[in-house]
Design a protein around this ligand. Structure first.
Ligand SMILES: NC(=O)c1ccc[n+]([C@@H]2O[C@H](COP(=O)([O-])OP(=O)(O)OC[C@H]3O[C@@H](n4cnc5c(N)ncnc54)[C@H](OP(=O)(O)O)[C@@H]3O)[C@@H](O)[C@H]2O)c1
Length: 329
């Protein structure tokens, strides 16, 4: 496992972190034993960063992580594992509308209460990185929630402060980085979603903001294992994410990527993770991991050679502006 400096901060994180959404729930059947085994395996392989959230099973993912860290400490393991979690906005529209008030969705009393809950679930007195789970650029001119988080930081309750980008407007965090409000950003960046390479990632590097890349497999699609006939259990959020004609459309895109990756020495999951790690602003990528086999496959990618330049160039052509009607279906 290779390690990178986390923005301007004085520690390093493993290139492959642990995405802990699926072990919390919403991804169909997931047994805790399997989750605990997967997380332990990833940590044994040098992963030192775990990403979770309040919303991943209402604290279930956080509780499993707390359990693993306590058990490993009790077993005498000398390691420093960095845990990032997220506080969602208080009840209301998701993502917040332009008319929502930051003071209402992330009020001081709500933030303090929710963060205390995160600590209780993780079993810790200090959160290493607290990320706001979503944001709207409507709040950029007066980002009151970050003022409250800076107070909590000064009180020693949280280490770093971050934000997870709203997927429909990831660039809304650029002003926050330039304003010095955030220490870390969590962003969607993958072979199909390359827009952050336009500006967001460079600004993060300029500002010394740690960059955590999420959804490197586009919820599994970029592993290349789906077909147009793939279906998901009702309690798997992907039954909605890939609903209707979406699964067929994405498989067609991924097949074209496969044709470019074929003949290289990389599998599709390896190419997807290496593509992300090729950007120098990226601190780490956090693939979702739910089995020991996935922990091994994904952690192993860090030590592989970088993707050759000609393959990177071919992969650049697969950027997909799927959210915009002008690009058509
Ligand atoms: N708004 C936010 O802040 C937000 C949103 C989404 C995610 N996240 C964070 O980012 C992390 C990563 O995103 P994600 O988990 O949603 O999606 P992802 O990383 O794109 O995909 C993860 C899924 O791909 C499959 N997989 C993983 N490794 C594989 C391999 N080597 N070969 C084949 N299949 C493999 C697994 O599902 P199956 O085995 O079921 O196929 C796994 O759950 C999350 O866990 C979470 O921590 C944050």
């Amino acid at each position: 496992m290779k390690y990178r400096k986390f923005g301007k901060h004085d520690f390093t994180t493993s290139e492959i972190g642990y995405g802990a959404w699926a072990i919390g729930g919403s991804w169909g059947e997931q047994k805790d034993d399997e989750s605990l085994g997967a997380l332990n395996r990833a940590l044994d392989l040098g992963c030192n960063f775990i990403d979770t959230a309040a919303g991943y099973g209402g604290g279930h993912s956080e509780r499993l992580i707390g359990q693993v860290l306590r058990e490993r400490q009790a077993a005498g393991k000398d390691e420093s594992i960095f845990v990032a979690t997220k506080t969602p906005p208080a009840d209301g529209e998701w993502p917040p509308s332009p008319y929502c008030k930051a003071e209402e969705r992330y009020s001081e009393s709500y933030l303090r209460e929710n963060i205390a809950e995160r600590m209780a679930c993780l079993g810790t007195k200090k959160i290493d990185l607290l990320q706001l789970h979503t944001w709207t650029r409507a709040w950029n001119r007066n980002p009151t929630p970050f003022k409250i988080l800076r107070e909590l930081q000064a009180e020693g309750k949280i280490g770093l402060i971050g934000v997870s980008t709203p997927e429909q407007d990831q660039n809304s965090v650029i002003d926050l980085m330039r304003g010095g409000w955030i220490d870390a950003v969590q962003v969607i960046y993958n072979i199909l979603e390359q827009e952050p390479a336009a500006e967001l990632l460079d600004v993060a590097a300029e500002c010394g903001v740690g960059v955590i890349v999420r959804v490197a497999f586009d919820e599994g699609a970029l592993t290349g294992k789906f077909t147009a006939d793939t279906t998901f259990a009702e309690d798997d959020f992907r039954s909605n994410y890939f609903a209707g004609d979406r699964i067929g459309r994405i498989v067609k895109r991924v097949d074209a990527i496969k044709a470019d990756v074929e003949g290289s020495s990389y599998t599709m999951p390896q190419a997807a993770l290496k593509f992300v790690l090729a950007h120098p602003a990226v601190s780490l990528v956090i693939p979702g991991i739910r089995t020991i086999a996935q922990a091994e496959a994904n952690c192993g990618v860090s030590d592989l050679a970088d993707l050759p330049e000609d393959l990177m160039t071919r992969l650049h052509s697969h950027n997909w502006r799927r959210g915009i009607w002008y690009s058509g279906k």
